[in-house]
Each structure stands twice: as structure tokens, then as C-alpha cells.
Design a protein around this ligand. Structure first.
Ligand code: TYD
Length: 207
């Protein structure tokens, strides 16, 4: 869908920081952009997010998790993304359906096809026009996360899981090269920010 942009990457790549920096840039330069995030992003969707990420919910089965992400997605599209796009705004969303393909489909092993089928119902025609992928291997991402000692339910996963997630993203990048924009996130935070801004300008997403 034109004007719908998503940002993806493995945990620890600095995606949250980069999204905040980009938002700051867009505010300073008066861009017609709405920033949002998944899971969550609106009242009901944030409640679903809290259920998914609560470390006390350690008996949640993988399919339940996948359906909850899809439910939060439908609600968030309905409340935030679709109205903003209809008003002619650009929407930049921190994580979207690709996270479900790789985390639930490949990481949890539910299978890409099944998770895609489930999410096709949630997403309909609202597939992103462009998806910016912050490229950093899970090894480097783990090093960056080194200082964090508070972990949610998902971050307690093992390294094999993140390898599957990383490989899953690369499978998607190879399958949808026209949608994915790969940003090398190995450099400094400022370098990565500048790359994102420049690639967005090139595509007319921001001015
Ligand atoms: P969050 O704290 O937002 O992490 P980040 O800053 O890395 O985006 O937590 C989101 C977590 O949810 C993250 O580990 C990825 C996971 N996730 C899925 O497993 N499936 C999904 O569909 C989405 C949107 C996120």
C-alpha cells in the first residue's frame, strides 16, 4: 500500500533507537508522517501486546501467540494505519507482518505458509510499500544488547531461535527485493540514521 512503510530487524539491532531518531528528524522537518509500532500501537492492541510479552505467560502455546499478534495487527491497522493512510499521511511502523513470518513462522517453527495464511486475513491489501531492514547478524546484535538485564518473555529465547529469525528475514529479502531496503546497521548510530534518511529521501518517502 502506497505510503505504508515498515521497519524490521532482529532484536538488538538498534531499531527502537533508529525509529525514535527518525521520528525526531520528521518532526523537525515538518513531514506528514505518523509513527507507530507493533505489537500494539493503539489502546486494544497495546493490551494484547501486554499479554503476549508478559513473562508470566510462559505456558502460552506458539499458535496462540501467532493469533494474538495477528489480532493486535488487525486492531492496529483499523485504529491507526488505515485512517492515517486515508488522510494521505505516510505511516512508518516499527515492525509489522514480516516479524510474524520470521518469529512465529520460522523461529517458532509454525511454518511460513500457515503464518502467512493467517496474516493474509489480518493484513488484506495493506502490505507495506517499502520495508527497511536493519541488517546486523544475531552475534553482533547480542553484543549490543549486552547491557540489558531485564528480559521479556520473547527475549529469553536461545541463539538458534535468532539465527532462524535472521535467516528468515534474508529469505524474505530475496523473495521480495522490490519491497525490502537493506540498511547496514554495523556502523555508528548516526551513520545508520543518515543511511535511513537518505534511502527514504531517494524513494520520496520523506523530503
Ligand atoms: P519490542 O519490545 O517491541 O522489541 P523491538 O524493540 O525489538 O521491536 O518487542 C517486540 C517483540 O515481539 C520482538 O521480540 C519481536 C516480537 N514480534 C513477534 O514475534 N511477532 C510479531 O508479529 C511482532 C510484531 C513482533
Amino acid at each position: 500500500m502506497k505510503g505504508f512503510i515498515t521497519i524490521e530487524g532482529c532484536d538488538g539491532v538498534g531499531k527502537t533507537y533508529q525509529t525514535a531518531k527518525l521520528k525526531e528528524y520528521c518532526e523537525k522537518t515538518n513531514q506528514n508522517v505518523v509513527f507507530t509500532r507493533e505489537p500494539g500501537g493503539s489502546k486494544v492492541a497495546e493490551k494484547i501486546r501486554n499479554i503476549i510479552l508478559d513473562s508470566e505467560n510462559d505456558t502460552m502455546c506458539d499458535k496462540c501467540e501467532a493469533f494474538l499478534y495477528a489480532s493486535a495487527r488487525i486492531q492496529h491497522l483499523n485504529d491507526i494505519v488505515i485512517p492515517a493512510l486515508k488522510e494521505g499521511k505516510t505511516v512508518i511502523c516499527d515492525r509489522f507482518v514480516d516479524s510474524s513470518y520470521v518469529y512465529q513462522g520460522l523461529g517458532r517453527g509454525l511454518g511460513y505458509e500457515d503464518v502467512k495464511a493467517l496474516n493474509d486475513i489480518a493484513v488484506g491489501e495493506y502490505m507495506p510499500e517499502y520495508t527497511f531492514f536493519l541488517e546486523l547478524t544475531p552475534e553482533l546484535a547480542f553484543e549490543r544488547k549486552g547491557g540489558n538485564d531485564v528480559k521479556d518473555r520473547l527475549e529469553i529465547c536461545d541463539k538458534d531461535f535468532y539465527k532462524k529469525v535472521y535467516d528468515g528475514y534474508h529469505m524474505l529479502i530475496d523473495s521480495y527485493p522490490e519491497r525490502f531496503v537493506v540498511i547496514d546497521a554495523k556502523g555508528s548510530k548516526t551513520e545508520t540514521h543518515e543511511k535511513i534518511v537518505s534511502e527514504m529521501k531517494k524513494r520520496g518517502i520523506i523530503k
